[in-house]
Design a protein around this ligand. Structure first.
Ligand SMILES: [Zn+2]
Length: 227
């Protein structure tokens, strides 16, 4: 009886303590998620030597590297696809690195190409970038963001960006044992686009979408020159 009384007297304190425990647990879980085991070099500026080492493991066409934490380390499937996106503008590659560096954004791409044809690396090819609204696709794909020189409309891209995109695709195929790039207009081809996986986006826009058969053919033609 005495115990019961004591509990009744102090129930507010017990409730408060319970609340503290729940809040503490929530904070701990959030903290653990924020500091999940990220590989070295991810989510911070890289020194010139570190950038060179990272680029050496990926495409030598990359002129800049900033590794995004928004990725799965490593990817779960071998590379057998390339997925093309548009940047919806011409964002400086260094600025795009900052954007992909923010964990709250939950977005990244393996590579980006700017309007001058410069290439940047954000997620190493060994890892899965969070780009195409499809984990299944992105675990198999190297994803590329391409800058636009027109905002809206056809979302046109410059000739320099287009040529750099072709060269990057050829290089990715060569290094990953892809003998051809195929465009089927759906996700069964080895060349895919964002809008196949998300009905709410027009990415990569009418201009690049219309050139997909040309991109697949030209990349395959250059790959065949190797043999
Ligand atoms: Zn996209």
């Amino acid at each position: 009886m005495k115990e019961k009384l004591r509990f009744r007297e102090y129930w507010q304190i017990w409730l408060l303590l319970a609340c503290f425990c729940v809040m503490g647990l929530a904070v701990l879980l959030r903290w653990r998620a924020a500091v999940r085991d990220l590989p070295d070099g991810v989510g911070r500026p890289l020194a010139a030597q570190e950038q060179a080492e990272v680029i050496a493991r990926n495409s030598p066409l990359a002129a800049y590297a900033y590794l995004s934490p928004n990725a799965d380390f490593p990817r779960e499937q071998p590379i057998r696809k390339i997925t093309i996106h548009h940047m919806a503008g011409d964002i400086a590659l260094e600025r795009l690195g900052e954007v992909f560096g923010e964990q709250d954004r939950q977005a990244s791409a393996n590579y980006a190409v700017d309007g001058q044809g410069r290439v940047a690396l954000y997620v190493e090819e060994a890892n899965r970038a969070w780009t195409s609204s499809s984990p299944d696709n992105d675990h198999q794909a190297v994803t590329i963001e391409v800058a636009n020189d027109e905002t809206g409309g056809d979302w046109h891209v410059s000739d320099a960006a287009y040529e750099a995109l072709i060269e990057l695709c050829v290089d990715i195929c060569r290094r990953n044992g892809m003998e051809e790039l195929t465009w089927t207009g759906d996700e069964t081809g080895s060349l895919t686009i964002h809008k196949m996986f998300n009905e709410n986006t027009q990415c990569p826009g009418p201009y690049l979408e219309g050139r997909m058969p040309d991109i697949a053919a030209e990349v395959t033609r250059r790959l065949l020159e190797d043999f």
